[in-house]
Design a binder for this molecule. Structure first.
Ligand SMILES: Nc1nc2c(ncn2[C@@H]2O[C@H](COP(=O)(O)OP(=O)(O)OP(=O)(O)O)[C@@H](O)[C@H]2O)c(=O)[nH]1
Ligand SMILES: [Mg+2]
Length: 413
C-alpha cells in the first residue's frame, strides 16, 4: 500500500493524488507536464495515463520531433509506473547486442567491464582469448534488473547467419552497440560494410532502438590517422541518417581496455539510457550530491560495476571517479567485509583543488551497492562514521531503488 502512495506523490500533481482510478486520469495529472505539452499528447490520442502507457510507441517518432526525448521518456515511465499494479508483467529485463567484425574487442569489453582484482590478471585473461563462436550470451544484474548481453561473434562464417536470419538474433533487443577497432586500418572498410548490413536488417525488422558506436582500442598513446578520421566520420554520418534514434552527441564512445573508466563510463551511460526512469534517478543523484556538497556522486552496482545513479559536475570528474573506483576495487581483498576507502587528489586545474575521493559499501533492502563521492569539503569526509550518508541517499533514492526493477519495460515492436 505504501508503495502506491509513494508513487503518487512522486509522479502526480497534488490535486490528483487522492484518485483511485489511475488508468483513466488525464495526462495533465502527471507532475512534470505542461498544458501545451498535454495538448500535443491529446492530438495523438494519448489523453489518459493508460493510453500513454500503452500506446506511446505508435507516436513516439512524431512526439520526439516536438519534445526532447528525455521528457517524453519520463512521461511514459511515469504513466507505466502508475499502472504497475494493473499490469501483469512489467519487467523482462533488457537485451543489449554487441556487434562488430572479428577481433575488434567485443569479448574483451565485456570481460573488462566485469573484472575485479588486479589489472595484470585482466590482461592475462584478455591475452588468452580466442574468437567467439557464434552467439555468446552473458547476464549482468544491475539494480535488480537483468541485462542480457548478446555478443555476436564477428568472424565471417558467423556474420552471414545473423544477416540471413536476423529475427533470431535481433528481435527483442533494447539497444545495439557496434564496435570498431581503431587500430585495424586495413579493416575499416569491412567494418563499415558490416555496419551498413546490420543497419539494413534492423530496418527490415523495423527495430528502431538506440545505437551506440564504440571506437575501441583507443589506447592512451594511439593517434587517429586522417584516413581513420574521415571514415569514422562517414560511419557516424551514416548512422545519423539511417537510424532515427542514434544520437551523435550521446552515442559515440572511445574505449580502450587500458582506460578502464572509458568502458565503465560507456556501459553505464548505455544502461542509464535504456532505463525509463533515468531522469528521476539523475535528479535524485543530483540532490544527493548537493546535500553532501559533492562534485561527483555515484552508486555502483556491486556485481556488474555499472554506475546506475550518477551525478557529476563535469566529465573530467566523472572519469577520475570511475578510474578511482576501479583502482580501489582492485585492491579490496575481501569484498564481503564492509569497507571504506579514502584518497586525496590534487586536481590539475587553475586552483589546484584538493578533492577527497570516498568509496564505501552500502546496503539497501538487502542488496549491496558501492557509493563513490568526490568532494572538496573536509567536513563531509569527517562525517563518514555516522550513518548520515546512508540516510541522505536513502531519503533521495529510496523510492527509485525500490522501483528499480521497473526501470525497463518491454517495448512492443
Ligand atoms: N590494444 C588493445 N587491444 C585490445 C583492446 N581490447 C581488446 N584488445 C585485443 O584485441 C584482441 C581481440 O579481442 P576479442 O575481444 O577476442 O575480439 P572479439 O571482437 O570478441 O572477436 P570475435 O569474437 O572473433 O568477434 C585480443 O587480443 C585483445 O587482447 C584494447 O582496448 N586495446
Ligand atoms: Mg569475441
Amino acid at each position: 500500500m505504501k508503495k502506491v502512495l509513494d508513487i503518487k506523490e512522486k509522479l502526480l500533481k497534488e490535486d490528483y493524488r487522492k484518485e483511485t482510478n489511475l488508468a483513466d486520469l488525464p495526462v495533465i495529472a502527471l507532475l512534470d507536464i505542461r498544458e501545451s505539452e498535454v495538448k500535443s499528447l491529446e492530438n495523438f490520442g494519448l489523453e489518459t495515463i493508460e493510453k500513454l502507457a500503452k500506446e506511446w510507441n505508435k507516436h513516439y517518432n512524431e512526439l520526439s520531433k516536438l519534445f526532447p526525448k528525455e521528457r517524453i521518456d519520463s512521461w511514459i515511465a511515469a504513466s507505466k509506473l502508475l499502472l504497475v499494479e494493473k499490469t501483469e508483467k512489467i519487467t523482462t529485463g533488457a537485451k543489449i547486442i554487441l556487434a562488430g567484425i572479428d577481433n575488434v574487442g567485443k569479448t574483451s569489453l565485456s570481460i573488462a567491464l566485469k573484472h575485479r582484482g588486479a589489472f595484470s590478471l585482466l590482461f592475462q585473461k584478455l591475452n588468452a582469448l580466442t574468437p567467439t563462436r557464434g552467439l555468446l550470451r552473458g547476464k549482468l544484474e544491475v539494480f535488480g534488473l537483468d541485462i542480457h548481453l548478446h555478443e555476436l561473434g564477428g568472424q565471417k562464417i558467423y556474420r552471414d547467419d545473423y544477416l540471413n536470419n536476423p529475427e533470431q538474433y535481433f528481435i527483442g533487443t533494447d539497444t545495439i552497440i557496434y564496435v570498431v577497432d581503431v587500430q585495424a586500418e586495413d579493416r575499416y572498410e569491412e567494418s563499415f560494410e558490416y555496419l551498413k548490413q546490420i543497419v539494413n536488417v534492423t530496418q527490415k525488422l523495423r527495430l528502431d532502438v538506440p545505437w551506440t558506436i564504440f571506437f575501441h582500442k583507443s589506447d592512451p598513446d594511439f593517434v587517429l590517422s586522417e584516413k581513420a578520421n574521415s571514415i569514422f566520420g562517414s560511419m557516424v554520418q551514416y548512422l545519423h541518417s539511417n537510424v532515427p534514434s542514434f544520437d551523435p552527441a550521446k552515442g559515440i564512445f572511445r574505449t580502450s581496455v587500458h582506460i578502464r573508466s572509458s568502458i565503465l563510463g560507456a556501459f553505464s551511460h548505455i544502461f542509464r539510457n535504456i532505463s525509463l526512469i533515468q531522469d528521476y534517478i539523475a535528479n535524485a543523484s543530483k540532490q544527493v550530491a548537493e546535500t553532501l556538497n559533492a562534485e561527483f556522486f555515484g552508486l555502483y552496482d556491486f556485481r556488474s560495476n555499472i554506475c546506475f545513479a550518477q551525478y557529476s559536475k563535469n566529465e573530467k570528474l566523472e572519469e577520475l571517479s570511475h578510474n578511482a573506483y576501479y583502482e580501489a576495487i582492485e585492491t579490496i581483498a575481501n569484498m564481503r567485509e564492509p569497507f571504506l576507502r579514502i584518497r586525496r587528489y590534487v586536481l590539475d586545474d587553475e586552483e589546484k583543488t584538493n578533492e577527497i575521493f570516498i568509496l564505501r559499501d552500502l546496503e539497501f533492502k538487502n542488496e549491496r551497492y558501492i557509493m563513490a563521492l568526490l568532494t572538496s569539503d573536509e567536513s563531509v569526509a569527517r562525517k563518514l562514521d555516522q550513518d548520515e550518508i546512508e540516510n541522505i541517499i536513502n531519503r533521495h533514492l529510496e523510492d527509485w531503488i525500490e522501483f528499480r526493477s521497473y526501470a525497463k519495460f518491454p517495448t512492443a515492436i
